[in-house]
Design a protein around this ligand. Structure first.
Ligand SMILES: [Zn+2]
Length: 278
């Protein structure tokens, strides 16, 4: 074996940005990456389910169901890789993509003509594998678990997903997908889950109206709503790539309102930096 310090064999360093991150709260494990306009994809491994597939990874490839919140490229561009890796590396396992009904036929058409996807098309019947969903749709995830679609307010056909171990149980996780805070302000119980994942595409002061008009959430929206939320953890996803943990901490008041733990989905500040969270 060559020694690991041999200068003729060198390894690159990880960069920040599109990091694959993981969190466990209340027995619920969430993993994945989410950066606005680049890629969002989460895995709930215990449910063998992914939510969105902006890019694929080994963990995501192992998931049997992909629940899409909407079809913007940063939430779907990894589907080609997922279909290929999942059906090749996990043969015989279920392969299913659930998509807002308004986009189902277009997605099937796109996957049907994608170049050199012949192996996937041999291994899986795309007409059967891609299923439509609308608000209220129930998707059985196996072992009694169920995902329920709900309406959200984005700038295209979009759904949120609540995933629970049994029908009617408090969801382990709710994914709001992209969208404004408005549906949750009207009904905060929509986010009553162990982990709630929401759109925080904007953090800068003075961009709150722009966020809403663009169909996105703003950090100030979620901080304002926090006292009304009953989730154990609120994950702020879809943050812009240039935003740092320190910049988010700077904009969070102390004491933090409400009871939920706040989880900006980015790598934390370096241990040496000031203003660390508690
Ligand atoms: Zn979007």
């Amino acid at each position: 074996m060559i020694p690991s310090g041999d200068p003729r064999v060198t390894f690159p360093s990880p960069t920040a940005g599109l990091a694959e991150l993981a969190l466990e709260i209340g027995g619920v494990g969430l993993a994945g990456g989410s950066v606005a306009a680049l890629a969002t994809a989460f895995a709930l491994d215990a449910f063998r389910t992914a939510v969105d597939m902006g890019r694929c990874s080994a963990l995501l490839a192992a998931q049997e169901t992909v629940l899409l919140t909407h079809c913007h490229s940063d939430h779907t561009a990894g589907l080609i890789a997922w279909l290929s890796a999942h059906t090749r590396r996990h043969p015989g396992r279920p392969t299913r993509v659930v998509v807002p009904a308004e986009r189902r036929d277009e997605l099937v058409a796109a996957l049907t003509i994608w170049p050199d996807l012949d192996g996937v098309r041999r291994r899986v019947d795309l007409e059967r594998a891609v299923e439509p969903a609308s608000p209220g749709s129930l998707v059985e995830l196996g072992d009694g678990a169920v995902a329920t679609a709900f309406a959200v307010r984005h700038n295209t056909a979009a759904l949120g997903w609540a995933i629970a171990a049994t029908p009617g149980a408090r969801p382990a996780a709710v994914f709001a997908g992209d969208g404004t805070v408005e549906p949750f302000r009207a009904d905060p119980a929509l986010l009553d889950a162990t982990i709630a994942v929401v759109d925080c595409s904007f953090v800068e002061p003075g961009t709150r109206v722009a966020a809403r008009l663009g169909g996105h959430g703003h950090l100030a929206d979620w901080l304002e709503l926090l006292p009304d939320l009953r989730c154990d953890a609120l994950v702020l996803a879809h943050l812009p790539p240039e935003v740092t943990a320190t910049a988010v901490l700077d904009r969070i008041p102390e004491p933090l309102p409400g009871a939920a733990t706040l989880v900006p989905w980015i790598t934390g500040p370096a241990a040496a930096s000031s203003g660390g969270s508690s």
